[in-house]
Design a protein. Structure first.
Length: 303
């Protein structure tokens, strides 16, 4: 067998454009994740006795909930950019005709492949997005927690706009792009949670001064970015408390009412400060423009 093309169960794993080193990793915990997915599919039992957040983060079924509002049919071909360990790959494959994954990391892609080895409609290519080959166009393209890292892997003066513009070229007529990303002005950051990517309190609110190339955007900043890339009328959804573990997914047609029983936001891996009562603040809003401005994260559909 050509070692650049592997078959893990039913999943095709293409290493022909792999750089030879994993450029994004959670460290050695990924080896434990790989052993888990090789040995069992009962993640609920594993998670019930595991105290490591990284394992919970990658294997929890709640991660799939973000796909519930995605309009994907059984005839659709999906391109999942930044598939990682496959937190939502299976949920996409359950809806679609075929899911084509791209990810930088060989180890993460192996986790994804072993995790979904029984699926017959998943293919994975391991490489940087810029090095990938796309000889076809897709009905749906997903960027779940991916756009914010464009500065790392897109070589352009404006990597975020360049990335979206290029992705748009891979979309079939009438196709959709789904983007999940944190809100730079999310309420949780004002009320004491640390910025998700830098781990520094108020970092995004203050404009990422001195921070690396990962960055998120406010509601209005995202709308401006989409317009620059030629997208009109983006459809915004508001996962709460965030897109990673959504308990509710609101939309412009379904906003929360005052008195809603919100879940307090979390730092997940560390205790958080509480500068003020986040829930009281949420229930003081008019739940229209104010809710959009302060939503902790977004899911956006572009056409």
């Amino acid at each position: 067998m050509d070692n650049q093309k592997l078959l893990i169960g039913n999943v095709d794993l293409d290493l022909s454009r792999y750089s030879g080193s994993d450029q994004y990793s959670d460290g050695d915990i990924e080896e434990e994740l790989l052993e888990i997915v090789k040995s069992t599919g009962d993640y609920d039992e594993i998670l019930s006795r595991c105290g490591d957040f990284a394992i919970y983060y990658h294997l929890a079924r709640e991660r799939e909930f973000i796909t519930d509002v995605m309009d994907i049919s059984g005839q659709d071909e999906v391109l999942e950019i930044g598939a990682g360990c496959g937190a939502v790959t299976g949920a996409l494959a359950d809806k679609a005709k075929h899911v084509y994954c791209i990810d930088l990391s060989k180890r993460r892609s192996l986790i994804n492949a072993y995790r979904h080895k029984d699926y017959e409609n998943i293919s994975i290519q391991v490489c940087n997005y810029e090095d990938s080959i796309h000889e076809k166009k897709y009905d749906v393209i997903t960027l779940i927690g991916v756009l914010e890292y464009a500065g790392y892997y897109i070589h352009a003066a404006d990597p975020f706009a360049a990335f979206l513009t290029d992705v748009r070229q891979k979309l079939k007529a009438g196709g959709k792009i789904y983007i999940a990303i944190e809100n730079r002005l999310g309420l949780k950051y004002f009320s004491g949670c640390k910025e998700d990517h830098s781990g520094v309190a108020f970092d995004g609110i203050e404009g990422y001064i001195g921070q690396g190339r990962a960055r998120t955007f406010s509601y209005h900043e995202l709308n401006g970015l989409f317009r620059r890339c030629g997208f009109e009328a983006p459809e915004f959804y508001y996962p709460y408390p965030d897109y990673k573990f959504p308990c509710e997914i609101y939309s412009d047609d379904y906003l929360p009412a005052r008195g809603s029983r919100f879940v307090k936001s979390s730092n997940y891996v560390a205790a958080r400060e509480e500068c003020f009562d986040e829930i009281k603040f949420m229930n003081s809003l008019q739940m229209e423009d104010e809710f959009r401005i302060f939503s902790n994260s977004f899911l956006v559909c572009l056409r």
